[in-house]
Design a protein around this ligand. Sequence first.
Ligand code: GLN
Length: 705
Amino acid sequence: MPDGARPQGAPDVARSGRGPTRSVAASIGLGAGWLARTTRRGDGVQIAGRVMLRLSPSIGRRLAAGRRVVLISATNGKTSTSAMLAAALRAGGEVVAHNASGANLMPGLVAALAAAPNATTAVLETDEGALIQALRDLAPTVVVLGELSRDQLDRYHEVRALAQRWQGALSGTRATVVAVANDPNVAWSVEGVETVRWVDLQLPARLDTASCPACARLLEHAASGWRCHGCGRVQPTAITTVQRSNQVAINGTTIGLDLGLMGAWQYANAALALTAVDALGLEPRAASVAMASVREVANRPTRVALDGTHHAETVLVKNPAGWTALVAELAGREPDVGVVVVQNDRTADGRDPSFLWDVPFESFAGRRVGAAGTRAYDVATRLDLAGADVVAVDADPLVVARRLASAGPVVIAASYTSFYEMVRRVARGRGRRANGSSAGVQHHVAASVSSDARRPSMATRDSEIAIGLIYPELLGTYGDRGNAVVLRERLRRRGIAARVVEVAADDAVPSGLDCYLLGGGEDLAEIAALDRLEHAGLRDAWTRGAVVVGVCAGLQLLGSRVLLEGTLRDGLGFFEATTEPGPARCVGEVAIDASDPTLGVLTGFENHQGITAVGGSARPLGVHGDGREEGILGERLIGTYLHGPILVRNPLLADRVLTWMVGPLAPLDDGFEDKLHGARLRAVARAKGASRTNRLRGRLREQLQ
Ligand code: GLN
């Protein structure tokens, strides 16, 4: 609940004379929130706001009228940026409405406004999707836009698509927009805005910024910023620049910062907050002192008691960009610091944890780690294949943390719902297992066997197997990198030398690789990839005996035709197939009955707009529960819509691909991949309402025995 959000705050609204509807709806809503809190059904903010919006859908407009509203949105950092801005404004004597607990959907925004009727300014952290409605309903004075990167792709879909929705909603706004100049998607989204104050965070190029959001050409990223050689767009000139980690220059004045929040990335958030302060007509230097006093936001970080003597530092991590920053921070800590990685797959966490493959967990190699959450086996597999020492796996993060705590300090890094579940358990003084958190994960403690010890002794081949990961910055949006890693590791465990060759989009595709992997990507990135692949000689390599695997965008490109951005283009022609945008995006967990019975049931996660009609006599990879065919299984060729990554989740399929490269292989049954496969099959078997053919049902039963 935001500061001062007590139900008794509401009656003031009536006194302010802004109309009876607002008063009644706001009072009832705040009352409902108070009730929810006292009966321990959450912190009440969402409920309060939902009741208000139900009673009066236009309440936001009335609650915002006559005050300065600042909306803050980004993939990461919006809670911290808002907290620093609110602190700065309060220090300047303003009464501020603020959704400090991080309730950033429309209900949270209206609840924060209603709870502080005397506030002259509102500082509202806003969910990236909710920004569209908030812009319309709350008529903001200032909008702060930080970086966008992949996050909960099952909900927001792709980054450029989100930027496009922002562009439509921001066009013609009268607000002053504070925007990150480094992010080409954000820069593109504010092209219809009259007043923009640019901030240069001085960050290196990241995921999701490889191609131009306007014209699909590959962008050039240099120290001076990004540039498109297709349409001529360049990184805008900023008025605020992060100079060194602890210095920000704004309008030519340098301000030193000594922040109380952990993490180098907080200086980027501070630069955005200072620019917003400036846009509101306040003095940035004075504000910087108040910003330094912020030491904790929305209970983050939190200390969790594990038992009488041990504690764990607990942090929230939501997506690849957040994880990448945290991994860099943790890799700098002493080697005896154990890390518990917790991943749930509820709506607020994102239902597809494939993104764990975008995180450079390789810097945890040799470190003691644990895996927890509803997707503990996805985590364990990722960490194990990164070379970390996976000591414990359990749905309950505290069970795992206790095991690690005997050998040194512990950090728990948790996804959204697991983080707040722990905060609630701590608040209630209970360390016992959270309700329902064991779904799909049986208690299991891995014997601490190093990967070396697992390798059967086998004659080493003369030449190293080369596994090509093609254009990962364009065709790597959905975590398909894991397919390359699992192939390499399953060869190495059998004593066969193997390496992954990453082919960047501005490099030529080498012709002599043993395997070519094409992953999923956004529509415009897919066009950029197709332009290059046309001349890459992929079909020649395949004809000469190489293996080709295309996932999602990769599958679409391997077909004969693909309709992208309104133009029907020739694909690479590996098989007869046409892809066109379907009526609705297909998003969700999938299990298919493999057309080759020795491959069993295959599991994955799909997320795509395109629908592919396969012609000719191609054999499907498998059949969905409702009888639809999925993908292609050809001669040294796989095309499929399944992420997961598919070869990580389905070790039999991974071994089939390897057999095409190196001939018959001895089975490997001691990796986490098998446990992950079993966990996903159990999840499918439990899922309610899933349509299943008798055959798929029978196959599931067989495999689960
Ligand atoms: N952008 C393509 C589509 O939506 C492919 C998506 C993907 O690779 N997951 O159809």
